[in-house]
Structures are given as C-alpha cells and as structure tokens.
Design a protein around this ligand. Structure first.
Ligand code: HEM
Length: 160
C-alpha cells in the first residue's frame, strides 16, 4: 500500500514538473522574439537577394517569380518559428523532390539564410533555434542518392 502511494505521489510529482517545464517553454515564440512580421518579411527578402548573389544556387531561381516565392517562404518561415500564419504552399518533399538538390546546395541556402539573419541583427540564441529548424527539413530537400556519404573516400576505396 505504501509502495502504491509512493508510485502515485511520484507520478503526480512528475506530472507537475512536466507541466512546469511546458509552461516555461511556452514563453514568446521565435517569431515574436525576432520582431514579428516586418522583420520576418525583411529577412525573407534578404534571403532572396543573397540567393541571387550566391553562385552555388542563383541559377536555381532564375525563372522564379520573386513575389510568389517570397510570399511562400515568408509563410513557412513564420509558421515554423511559431507565428500565427498559415502556410499555403506545397509540402517540402513535393516541392524539391524532382530538383536533385545536393548537400552543397542545401548548405549554401542555409548560409544565405544565416547571413540574412545577421543582416537583420538576429541574436545567436534565435539564430541557433532557426538553424535547428532548417536542419530538420534537410532530409525532405536533399536528394540522398547524391549525398557526400556515397562519395566518401572510404566508400570509393572499397569499390575497387
Ligand atoms: C530548409 C531549406 C528550404 C526551405 C525551407 C525551402 C522552402 C521553399 C518553399 C516554401 C518553396 C515554395 C513552395 C511552393 O511553390 O509552394 C520553395 C521552392 C523552391 N525551392 Fe526551396 N526551400 C529550401 C531549400 C532549397 C534548396 C537547397 C534549393 C536549391 C538550391 C531550393 C530551391 C527551390 C526552388 C528552385 C523552388 C521553386 C521556386 C519556384 O516556384 O519558382 N530550395 N522552397
């Protein structure tokens, strides 16, 4: 009986602690912390400009409509950072699947995004949180058949 009481007590203690953690995590969203819509729109516009200057990816966007792409990227950026915005574009896998995007191109896009965050004076904490979100999207964007893993020297050596 005492044992049962202990289990019940520790279970409710655990539940209370988890609720406390959840409450703490509820604080302001990344979207709010970076300055909401005006700053997010500016970041997205700078990402677009940086892509246009980046030799690794600029050709990818040469026929794209900037107004359309910036709107979709704003929506997904806002949504992913906790803003109350609905993403109305295609899912990331469908969008990028046929493009054969390499890890190098993915990294170049991430660099352009990090530069845009610097250009808008986003603090390290928020930059790191955004980087983690970008990294989570990587498997949906990069074509794993051309990942650097398959091209590593060790793999190449074994091929002989
Ligand atoms: C975390 C990484 C990325 C995110 C979050 C992202 C997001 C998006 C979004 C929201 C769209 C619009 C989808 C729609 O039309 O409904 C899009 C389109 C596109 N993305 Fe990405 N993308 C990423 C990485 C990349 C990379 C690495 C490349 C290649 C270098 C790339 C090339 C493109 C191109 C060419 C389009 C089509 C633009 C058009 O419609 O003309 N993306 N992306």
């Amino acid at each position: 009986m005492k044992k049962l009481l202990n289990i019940v007590l520790s279970a409710s203690f655990l539940a209370a602690s988890l609720t406390a953690v959840a409450e703490e995590a509820k604080g302001p969203t990344i979207f709010e912390r970076i300055g909401g819509e005006p700053v997010a729109r500016e970041i997205v516009s700078d990402i677009w400009d940086n892509h246009g200057k980046n030799p690794i990816v600029k050709n990818r966007f040469q026929y794209s409509d900037p107004v359309y792409v910036k709107q979709k990227v704003y929506e997904i950026f806002a949504m992913a950072t906790g803003g109350d915005v609905e993403y109305t574009g295609q899912d990331m896998k469908t969008t990028h699947a046929a493009m054969n995007i390499s890890e190098m191109e993915f990294n170049a896009v991430v660099d352009d995004i990090m530069d845009a965050l610097d250009e808008n004076h986003i603090a390290t904490q928020e930059k790191n949180e955004i980087l983690a979100i970008l990294w989570s999207v990587r498997p949906d964007v990069v074509n794993s058949n051309i990942s650097t893993k398959a091209l590593s020297p060790a793999t190449a050596a074994h091929a002989h």
